[in-house]
Design a protein around this ligand. Structure first.
Ligand SMILES: [Zn+2]
Ligand SMILES: [Zn+2]
Length: 460
């Protein structure tokens, strides 16, 4: 049963009942919705068994609902990779901050109690960290079946993992958010390619036919930086604090080392800096492109919030990497963008996914000198803007490669817009006509059988 993230990128959470042992994979907070779909739909569990929560990675849409889930299911084990455990702490405190400034009349107010500082500090002590590629067991309660679990590097962000489950001969692989191409920092996924009975896969990029081409996009970014800085302007890169910030810093550093762009001051700040420290702590132990490379090796100036509009980057060519990635109102990137918009020689490089309802999306689709609604303010854009694709998600090609290798009897498609889920389903139908394909609906149960073993997504 999908409790969040069905035909959208939402409060991702998938409930599985394997021969009487229940587990949740992920416990997300919706990136935007603050009403019914803000948190995983736990009411759907009724009195179904729940023994463990396995977290695939520390992005808000996968871990941000954890305080709520653990308040409702206080008895469950919470398991994740070592790096995810270290990241989750900062991410949850940030979720608490976001929620406080973002409560709508629909949001269950009592849920805010789960995000108090002392509650987060308390629950984090119960998080269990496990290494990649080694099996561990969720013991079935009251004689129910044991479930063997292995995490595999998913190539998405630091600590990201795919989850491989086996129970009484049945195997299930949940990809989590996955990337089969190398990024600048994180090495590509190392998912086992053996047959599974059921594959649950993300589909974020499945509607785009463009493969990821880091080299090409780096070249375009270098051209953009050169155009702006040659005109004595500065470049703003709105960036998610976790993942995108570290990847873009590494990309900029490489471009500077190669002489593709000049040695410019790079400004960073806020949560991104804290997260970079966790990247550095794991630079030898996690699957990195260059083991031992530290984000702190890249010279960086701090963004000072008391000098946001008067700092040197307003006068001297510089690059400012600031969150949020979708330029949400109230964030550093939003405040800076309002200043950037008025300067014809400045530029904004958009590098991440832009939800259609965010200021980042409005910015990206704005015309020069035409009024547009920018987070509730009418603004005009004078500065340059361009979009660059540095995706941390698998291309359609990558997803089909995995699916063809593991040849699942059942395929469940989640974590994608409806057209992405449909497109992936069509492509698989052509190639594997005997595979049962499910695009699960929120809260509906599905039964997956293999021999005498029954796995239930829910408990139909
Ligand atoms: Zn993610
Ligand atoms: Zn996600």
């Amino acid at each position: 049963m999908i409790l969040g993230g069905a035909e959208e990128i939402g409060a991702n959470s998938c409930y599985l009942n394997l021969d009487g042992t229940g587990l949740l994979i992920d416990a997300g907070l919706h990136p935007r919705d603050r009403a019914e779909r803000a948190l995983p739909w736990l009411e759907g569990l009724d009195d179904r068994p729940s023994d463990a929560v396995v977290i695939t990675h520390a992005h808000t849409d996968h871990v941000g609902g954890l305080p709520y889930v653990l308040r409702k299911l206080p008895h469950v084990r919470t398991v994740m990779s070592h790096a995810t455990r270290d990241l989750t702490h900062d991410v949850l405190h940030n979720c608490a901050k976001l929620l406080k400034s973002d409560v709508t009349r629909w949001f269950p107010k009592e849920a805010l109690d789960y995000y108090k500082r002392d509650v987060i500090e308390m629950i984090r002590h119960g998080f269990e960290a496990v290494p990649y590629n080694e099996p561990w067991v969720i013991r079935g309660f009251n004689g129910m079946s044991d479930v063997s679990v292995r995490l595999h590097p998913a190539g998405h962000i630091l600590g990201s993992a795919s989850v491989h489950l086996s129970c009484n001969g049945m195997s299930i692989l949940h990809t989590g958010d996955i990337q089969f191409d190398h990024q600048a920092m994180i090495a590509k996924a190392a998912t086992p390619r053996e047959h599974v009975d059921c594959l649950i896969t993300e589909a974020t990029n499945a509607f785009s036919d463009r493969p990821n081409d880091y080299a090409q996009e780096s070249k375009r970014l270098a051209q953009f930086v050169n155009t702006v800085t040659n005109a004595n302007g500065s470049v703003l890169i709105p960036s998610f604090a976790l993942g995108k910030t570290q990847e873009i810093l590494r990309t900029l550093y490489t471009l500077m080392r190669k002489g593709s762009i000049p040695q410019l001051p790079i400004y960073t700040g806020g949560l991104g800096v804290k997260i970079s420290k966790v990247y550095d702590q794991h630079c030898y132990t996690e699957p990195m492109r260059t083991p031992g490379f530290e984000v702190s090796d890249i010279p960086q100036e701090r963004i000072r919030f008391d000098q946001l509009f008067t700092a040197d980057y307003m006068r001297k060519p510089s690059i400012v990497v600031a969150s949020s990635g979708m330029v949400n109102k109230g964030t550093t990137s939003y405040a800076l963008a309002t200043a950037w918009l008025q300067k014809p020689n400045f530029g904004i490089a958009v590098i991440g996914y832009q939800d259609p309802e965010t200021p980042g999306h409005a910015l990206l689709h704005s015309g020069v000198d035409r009024p547009f609604d920018f987070g509730g303010r009418t603004m005009k854009r004078s500065c340059l803007i361009d979009r660059f694709r540095f995706s941390a998600h698998a291309s359609l090609e990558g997803l089909l490669g995995l699916i063809m290798d593991v040849r699942p009897s059942t395929l469940c498609i989640v974590h994608g817009e409806p057209e992405a889920c449909d497109h992936l389903a069509l492509c698989v139908k052509e190639r594997l006509p005997n595979t049962r394909i499910i695009i699960p609906r929120l809260g509906r149960s599905y039964v997956i059988e293999q021999g005498s073993t029954v796995a239930r997504m829910g408990s139909a």
